[in-house]
Design a protein around this ligand. Structure first.
Ligand SMILES: [Zn+2]
Length: 352
């Protein structure tokens, strides 16, 4: 039995922010910094919006509700974004957009919509996949209120989307380019955006439990890096927390099938062990990608966090987007033969 993402839950050991901030190169680096040309190419390859080639469906259970749920991912037109449609009879036709402005709760997972009304819970692993693979538009039908947890990672979403393939649409994609540093601190945690030529993540966690300890990952993000290095990292939690969560009506669908569980003796309970030696911090990266995907456009910049979680990710995004001088919307300029594309500012309002 397991608990879902600890979110901002059990406080890890206190360790100075200054100490973390000092180390400019975090340990556990998994991907060398690519050459600038390669980075630009990474952006060029994603000039246009995309959707899926055909419909694909997945079934599973919600990690919190424990209820069976089926989700249909349908292709959608450019400009649609990621939109959920409830088809469970209770809220037929109700629509919930995967946007920052729709965040209803971030306590244990990210909930979109009204937690007491029409909503879709635990969207972060899907959203990480969507942004990780570069899918801009989907009309998602869901016959319940919580996304399936599947194996606790993004692996089954990736497999489903790769199975049907990604379609490029004849409309340019817009990016949010970070123009100046934006930082938020909460207790011993912090998160920040910085200007950067590419999309980069630097995530560090620090847990009292020796099973996790201090782990960090720093990488430029591309679909390939997401597939190989991030998508298979599972949700994790501590055995000691599960009864408290069950008593509160959470984690009802949680099991060793969908979580890495750490026992009271600081041992991994799952028979198969870990998928990556530092699976915990990779899952935190996956969660951060999903939370930041709710900006509605992917960002060009670097995101760094220390002991972060859904709440901190959402707060950092809120701070970035609430100051119109800290970012601009850009798209690729028309490319001249033999020259790499420039990103140009788009004169368009950004509404939260
Ligand atoms: Zn997660």
């Amino acid at each position: 039995m397991a608990v879902p993402d600890h979110g901002d839950g059990p406080e890890p050991v206190e360790q100075g922010i200054a100490a973390a901030a000092q180390s400019s190169s975090v340990h556990g680096v998994t991907s060398a910094k690519p050459e600038p040309a390669r980075r630009r190419q990474g952006i060029e390859l994603q000039d246009h919006q995309t959707t899926l080639k055909t419909r694909v469906s997945l079934s599973g259970i919600g990690v919190h509700s424990g209820e069976a749920v089926t989700v249909h991912f349908n292709p959608a037109d450019a400009g649609t974004g990621i939109v959920f449609h409830r088809i469970d009879g209770l809220h037929d036709g109700a629509e919930v957009k995967a946007l920052h402005s729709e965040i209803g709760a971030t306590d244990l997972s990210t909930v979109l919509g009204d937690p007491a009304g029409v909503h879709v819970a635990t969207v972060e692993h899907l959203m990480a996949t969507v942004v990780g693979l570069g899918i801009d538009n989907l009309a998602i039908e869901i016959d319940g209120a919580e996304m399936p947890i599947l194996d606790g990672s993004a692996a089954e979403f990736v497999a489903a989307f790769d199975h049907v393939g990604i379609e490029t649409l004849p409309v340019k994609r817009r990016y949010i380019r970070v123009l100046k540093p934006v930082r938020i601190e909460a207790g011993g945690s912090w998160a920040e955006f910085r200007p950067h030529d590419g999309t980069r993540f630097e995530i560090e966690i620090d847990f009292e439990s020796p099973a996790i300890g201090r782990q960090s990952i720093a990488t430029e993000m591309t679909p390939d890096v997401f597939r190989r290095e991030v998508s298979r990292a599972r949700t994790f939690g501590f055995m000691k927390d599960v009864e408290r969560l069950w008593a509160a009506g959470y984690a009802l669908g949680s099991s060793l099938e969908n979580s890495v569980v750490i026992g009271d003796d600081a041992q991994i309970i799952n028979v198969g062990g870990l998928r990556y030696p530092d699976e915990f911090v990779r899952h935190k990266l996956l969660d951060a990608m999903g939370d930041l995907a709710l900006a509605g456009s992917r960002f060009i910049g670097a995101f760094r966090s220390y002991r972060g979680g859904h709440k901190l990710n959402a707060a950092a995004l809120q701070r970035l987007l609430s100051d119109r001088t800290s970012f601009e919307l850009v798209e690729t300029a028309r490319r001249e033969r033999g020259r790499s594309a420039e990103m140009i500012a788009v004169n368009a309002p950004y509404t939260l």
